[in-house]
Design a protein around this ligand. Sequence first.
Ligand code: CA
Length: 288
Amino acid sequence: MGLIAIDLDGTLINNEHKISQENIKAIKKAQELDYEVVIATGRAHFDVQQILEAVNLPLYTIGANGATVHSPSETVILTVPMKDEHVKKSIAWLEQENFYYEVFCEKGIYTPKNSQDILYQELEDSEKRVTDSEYAYMQQQLEKQLGQSGFVYMEDSKEVFEDNNEIYNILAYSLNTKKLQKGRDQFKRETEFTFVTSSTYNFELEHRNASKGNAVAHLAKVLDVNMEKTMAIGDSGNDVSMFKVVSDSFAMANASDDVKAEAKYITVSNDENGVAQAIYQFIETHKI
Ligand code: CA
């Protein structure tokens, strides 16, 4: 048996927000050859499940950048929740700096009521400063961010701690470059978190033991897969931890240069079925 870990946004999903038939075919081919396939993403697991259900493709899922692992039938395999005190402290700073943020919990994606207004204001403010194509890109990214499923809108940030809700991930988002940089500088040095970025405009925090790479290694152990028979495909900073644990790592052509530098191979872009190409290359060289 082997294991194939695939990132979702910018990797399996193309720029029209679709999973192509070519990519689905390649995943099914790999499954026929006794490879297990896991989606490894920063998204919340219930959001991923909905995306996979829509194309009738039940798979293992690593959610919240490695803080959760679920089986295709949604059984919990692993959770690595954040400490409440760390969440409290981070949220307080983000609110003080007027950041849009989301808290990924067991029961939903918690965000302050009306916090979307912060993002729409930032979009409006940027209109004069950026080119038309940059503006269109920002708009598209914003739609994607706000189009996740499972939002819970809070009157008060204390609501995230109700009902012993496990907390997996905090995502902060800003279209204002200076503000975003200030947030990244504030948190990237903190030793109690794993700090990652998964898009141009965000940064994410989770328990320091949570990462996509740790989750892939954990799942491989549970499934009794030799790490020599593993591959990972991704396009962002939050994928690099997977590249470090698998045998064959693939960066997408649309990944940034620093992410490409961490991968063993480069595949074509998410608009050219880069996942399918990488899978075929991998199964050709690792016959099991
Ligand atoms: Ca990605």
